[in-house]
Design a protein around this ligand. Sequence first.
Ligand code: ZN
Length: 186
Amino acid sequence: MPDAQTKRIQPSRREFLAGVFGAAGMHLISKLRGASDDVTIVEFTAAGAPLPPARVPKVVKPESEWRKQLSPLAFDITRRAGTERSFTGAYWNWHETGIFRCVCCNTALFSSAHKFDSGTGWPSFWKPIAAQNVVGPKAQSRGADATEVTCHRCDAHLGDIFDDGPRPTGLRYCIDSIALTFVKLG
Ligand SMILES: [Zn+2]
């Protein structure tokens, strides 16, 4: 298949998946499972402005649905807490202005305004775009899980947090590129 054709097909495939697994579908799935698991997150406009915090249904899907939606590597990283190899992802050396969203559920997670060059080969941020949208570190966890950072809406594994970041927070959110999609601000 010629490249030009592939490029045309992929966005429409994403749109198709978004239609099938959109917010309404997710809500139905969580209802069928008997879950009333809402979370409060902050949505952002296309121009990057925050909306008031809103209660939304948590995104819960069976593993088979995540496998259909995600590439094998994205599945391994986000649903199996894998780690991409440093200096291999799309965003460690990315300097565009915009919002990084969850590859699984499209929740806004990080802003280019808080990105810094950590030299690690992973995109690094000194804070999330909204405290409500990103979970971590988990206070009760020990060992390897203690530093884990996840998406509040769908529990995707995003990466890890460390305390050697720049001011003002001193934090370093070390994130796998493949857990993110980038949306440029217009
Ligand atoms: Zn998510």
